[in-house]
Design a protein around this ligand. Structure first.
Ligand code: THU
Length: 167
């Protein structure tokens, strides 16, 4: 039986068309990307988040000579914000990237690990994260990070679902 899944719903716009909140987050994410530690890839990523309590956090990727030890900008920022404000959900997130010192024209997609971390945050607070992937020429806007992670693994999978799958 062939089944189809409609998961990816997003909008595109130019940087100047972004809502003002996102424009401010883009500036903070850009500043954060300057603080990235990326001597191995020279790929500097910046992320900024707005929380429900209106606090704002920004972070960058942090690399390591032992590469799996490093972490992406998105997880640096998410965990930083969650550690400081565990009661407050993340409302908005913006991601920017510099390739060899220049902000990318088109957005960079968050890696699978970061998508999983965003999913956990949405589930933890039962609140969607409005995600903007920034590019100098085009931005992509997602109403929920779940659009980026079909067939996601979440807490439900830790429970037995054998009966459901037999239905
Ligand atoms: N990187 C991020 O910070 N976010 C992503 O979503 C993709 C990749 C970082 C990890 C590593 O420091 C560099 O970009 C190259 O992979």
């Amino acid at each position: 039986m062939e089944k189809k899944l409609k998961v990816l719903s997003y909008k595109t716009c130019t940087p100047s068309e972004l809502p003002e909140t996102d424009k401010s987050l883009v500036e903070l994410a850009k500043e954060a990307s300057e603080k990235s530690y990326a001597p191995y890839s020279n790929f500097k990523v910046g992320c900024a988040v707005l929380l429900e309590d209106r606090s704002i956090y920004a972070g960058s990727n942090q690399e390591n000579a032992s590469s799996p030890c490093g972490t992406c900008a998105e997880r640096t920022t998410l965990y930083y914000a969650n550690a400081e404000h565990p009661e407050s959900a993340i409302k908005r997130m913006v991601i920017v990237a510099q390739r060899d010192g220049k902000f990318t024209d088109y957005p960079v997609s968050p890696c699978g690990l970061c998508r999983q971390a965003m999913l956990e945050s949405e589930n933890r607070y039962n609140r969607r994260i409005h995600l903007t992937l920034y590019g100098e020429k085009e931005c992509l806007i997602f109403g929920t990070t779940k659009s980026l992670l079909p067939f996601q693994f979440d807490a439900q999978d830790l429970l037995s679902n054998d009966e459901d799958s037999e239905e």
